[in-house]
Ligand binder design. Structure first.
Ligand code: OVM
Length: 396
């Protein structure tokens, strides 16, 4: 029994995915904490509570898993991530190492190469005119630059998209989407495992630097392999969806694209607003480490709590006119990169990718228009596009 309002929304249904906005509003209206009887879980969709839970890693732990499965009761589908699915103090030790390896200075060092690849790609798509924005830009660009930065070779990079889909579908129930993503998963998992090995990683890439930390005795080499797996899990598919939504947003807001194109200093703030409005990650879980009271509602220990990130990013209690794409608003405190000790460790790289790609597109592309309806790619926790037909006109 619970004193939280009971809501009959299923966040893993086709209906929710097709149109998450009205459901988000219903959840927010129902109260700061709700009980979702569809899965026997608690939920929060208001900005203030989602933000507070993300920052309270002691009450809302991650070692119970970031998905629906409670790792204290169910066996995880893969060995848990040392970052995503761990708590302080164990988390703190490895997070510090990964943060250092992806420090602002290191990320700045990636800039020249990221800009060069972005310019080549932007020139190529501008010349083509009719493109699929997902395959030819949003996936193509991260697949060019991120595995290079990690030190992964050219062959088989498409496995990173497949693996991302497996990982993010695994955060939901064992439904049809999960089974579909896991179909023929063996070769994908083997490819990933092979590319977390030291001998597969180019010298001095991010992956090799994790092994250098192992050489110094800061972590074990098994831990280095698992941390490389984190980079390969969360580093490509996520940015691909963010870039796809940025393309979609500019295609449907031509006046805003014109402003960004004419003043590329607006690329960064515009991308934050895309992240707020389009939230590539729809939902994430925490598990209560003890009985907790949130806004007067008691949540018992060891319960799964679903955080509606995308809904929080459009909560009218936090964001005036929340459904409007407004590149002049201060949007950087959106929750699409999380918050607190688990906040996205690769955020600076994602931001660099977006900045490099859209600055290059500003040089090469005058207009971006939808050439047909976008096709969704249903996923248990991502807001994902399968296809985005675009018509580009080249800059003169
Ligand atoms: C990881 C991992 C995987 C997926 C997502 C994520 C959002 C992390 O393996 O550490 O963060």
């Amino acid at each position: 029994m619970t004193d939280a309002p009971i809501v009959d929304i299923d966040p893993f249904s086709d209906e929710f995915r097709r149109d998450p906005e009205p459901a988000g509003e219903r959840l927010q209206e129902a109260g700061p904490v709700v009980y979702l009887k569809s899965h026997g879980i608690y939920g929060m969709a208001r900005y203030a509570e989602v933000h507070a839970v993300l920052r309270d890693h002691e009450s809302f732990c991650s070692s119970g898993g970031a998905g629906l499965a409670n790792f204290k009761k169910e066996k995880p589908w893969r060995p848990p991530s040392l970052l995503l699915e761990a708590d302080p103090p164990e988390h703190t030790r490895v997070r510090r190492i990964v943060s250092r390896i992806m420090s602002p200075r290191v990320v700045e060092g990636l800039r020249p190469e990221f800009e060069r690849r972005a310019d080549e790609l932007a020139a190529r798509v501008a010349a083509r005119g009719e493109i699929d924005g997902v395959a030819e830009l949003a996936q193509a660009y991260p697949l060019l630059v991120f595995p290079d930065a990690v030190g992964v070779g050219e062959d088989g990079r498409e496995n990173l998209i497949r693996y991302g889909s497996m990982v993010f579908n695994s955060f939901g129930p064992r439904n049809e989407l999960f089974r579909e993503a896991m179909k023929d998963a063996g070769p994908v998992q083997e490819w990933i495992a092979a590319h977390t090995r030291r001998d597969a990683l180019a010298p001095d890439g991010l992956g090799d630097r994790l092994y250098q930390a192992a050489d110094r005795g800061e972590i074990t080499s098994d831990e280095a392999a698992l941390l490389v797996r984190s980079l390969l899990s969360a580093g490509v598919d996520t940015t691909a969806h963010a870039l796809a939504w940025a393309l979609h947003t500019f295609a449907t807001h031509p006046a805003e694209w014109a402003r960004v194109r004419d003043d590329p200093s607006l690329v960064r703030p515009a991308f934050e607003e895309v992240m707020r409005l389009a939230s590539p990650v729809l939902t994430m879980f925490r598990t209560t480490a003890r009985e907790v009271t949130v806004a007067g509602t008691v949540i018992p220990a060891d319960e799964k709590v679903l955080l509606f990130i995308a809904a929080a990013n459009r909560d009218p209690r936090e964001w005036p006119d929340p459904h409007r794409f407004d590149i002049d608003r201060r949007a950087a405190h959106h929750l699409s990169f999380g918050s607190g000790v688990h906040a996205c460790v690769g955020a600076a790289i994602a931001r660099l990718e977006a900045e490099a790609l859209f600055t290059a597109l500003a040089r090469h592309v005058r207009t971006i228009e939808l050439a047909g309806p976008p096709t969704p790619r249903p996923n248990n926790s991502l807001n994902a596009l399968a296809e985005l037909p675009l018509h580009l006109t080249a800059a003169r």
